[in-house]
Design a protein around this ligand. Structure first.
Ligand SMILES: Cc1ncc(COP(=O)(O)O)c(C=O)c1O
Length: 403
């Protein structure tokens, strides 16, 4: 077997990785149309409303509310669900910080739960352990595009009268029992940020079938409507870009799935590497393909493996850490006055995140997950190269232990 690049061999790939997001003539046409309209703000044009209708229709839902980011989509959804001062919100520890940061901006207290190991979504049994009389809502995250156990979450939510907000920022078009995610909970929130499966560069959108929640979110997003609220609005450019890409979303997700199949076929059996299975009756959207790395079997720290993979010309970035380890929670002092964590309105008393225990999420973040890019701008050649690189590294395990 050839020598790994990090040990002086030839890299598997020398040219840059294909760029994401993709754009076609429809995106150029959309940008030009908005520029020529001189209506860049949603109050003056029709692009944002058109995106909302198309995105809601794609999901078979009556309402969509577009905002300036996925974080704001979550915040709007939480506000619509009545989340406020002193309320507790259950959030998985394994996700991006925004899933919980949005709650903090609503003056609510995120309560972190562990992951289950098939989808790496939140563990319903840990949800049950963490519910208190102050719990108001559950945020589920279909992390990396693998739908989580919505049957169990909805049953728990019904029993305890909790709202469920689906954070679908990684999972546009993913299916749970043939239903699109975002339509199963009470509200579905999506990021349209540049890395996402549906990308406007920046932006977010909420879907729901609840008319009152929709009206409220629209009012809060634009303080002119009821003289209360914020400016959470997006721009006509971003809406037009997302709308132009929406008809291609399913085909782009299919390409991701084809890439996953090609990669796994090319990889074959490699000791100490196993794809995340996902839950049965789900169809992931593969924001990332998750390969699970067994550090014991390799005898190589994951960071060294990733460094060696990068040297082969294969991109792989940093990993998430459990949210209780982010400074916003370790310091629990976001705006310098202790709120909401030590706010007198928090009847649960000051929160100390150092005692939170999420062993499965810790292992996922610290040494298990390899997040593999399968974006539709790449194809069989790139998948073959990823497989070749992993197999090459596998043949040189002992030499890689100290890179
Ligand atoms: C799971 C998840 N939720 C929410 C967000 C927030 O989205 P945005 O960056 O559009 O605010 C992100 C990241 O971008 C995310 O990865």
């Amino acid at each position: 077997m050839k020598l790994p690049a990090i040990l002086g061999g030839e890299p598997v790939r020398r040219e840059p990785w294909p760029k994401w997001p993709h754009y076609g003539p429809e995106v150029m046409e959309a940008i030009q149309r908005v520029a020529e309209s001189h209506a860049y703000h949603p109050m003056f044009g029709g692009e944002t409303e058109a995106l909302e209708q198309a995105f809601a229709a794609y999901h078979g839902m009556p309402h969509g509310v577009a905002v300036a980011s996925g974080t704001l989509a979550l915040q709007a959804a939480m506000a619509a669900a009545g989340v406020g001062c002193g309320d507790e919100i259950i959030v998985p520890a394994y996700t991006y910080a925004a899933s919980a940061g949005a709650a903090v901006d609503q003056n609510a207290i995120p309560v972190f739960v562990d992951s289950e190991s098939l989808s790496q979504g939140l563990d319903p049994e840990d949800v049950l352990r963490k519910i208190t009389p102050r719990t108001k809502a559950i945020v589920v995250v279909h992390v990396n595009g693998y739908p989580c156990d919505m049957d169990r979450v909805m049953a728990i939510a019904d029993e305890h009268k909790l709202s469920v907000i689906e954070d679908c920022s990684h999972a546009h078009g993913a299916l749970h029992r043939d239903r699109k995610v975002g339509t199963i909970g009470h509200l579905g929130a999506f990021s349209l940020q540049h890395k996402k499966n549906l990308s406007a560069g920046i932006g977010g959108i909420v879907i729901t079938d609840d008319e009152t929640m929709t009206e409220n979110m629209r009012a809060w997003r634009n303080y002119l409507l009821k003289s209360v609220g914020h400016n959470w609005q997006t721009s006509e450019f971003h809406s037009a870009i997302a709308h132009a890409q929406l008809p291609f979303l399913d085909a782009m997700n299919e390409k991701r799935r084809a890439n996953v199949a090609a990669l796994l076929a090319a990889l074959g059996e490699v000791d100490g590497i196993a794809p995340l299975p996902g839950l049965s009756n789900t169809v992931p959207s593969y924001y990332n393909l998750i390969l699970q790395y067994d550090v014991e079997s390799w005898g190589v720290p994951r960071a060294s493996f990733v460094k060696a993979l990068n040297a082969e010309g294969i991109p792989m970035n940093m990993f998430y850490r459990p949210l209780q380890r982010w400074p916003i929670f370790t310091e629990a002092n976001m705006y310098g006055r202790g709120c909401p964590f030590s706010c007198p309105l928090n009847e649960g008393g000051p929160v100390d995140y150092s005692t939170v225990s999420t062993p499965v999420a810790d292992a996922i973040c610290d040494h298990i997950n390899l997040e593999v890019k399968v974006q539709p701008t790449s194809g069989e050649r790139e998948m073959q190269q990823i497989a070749d690189a992993i197999r090459k590294l596998s043949a040189h395990r002992s030499a890689l232990a100290s890179v």
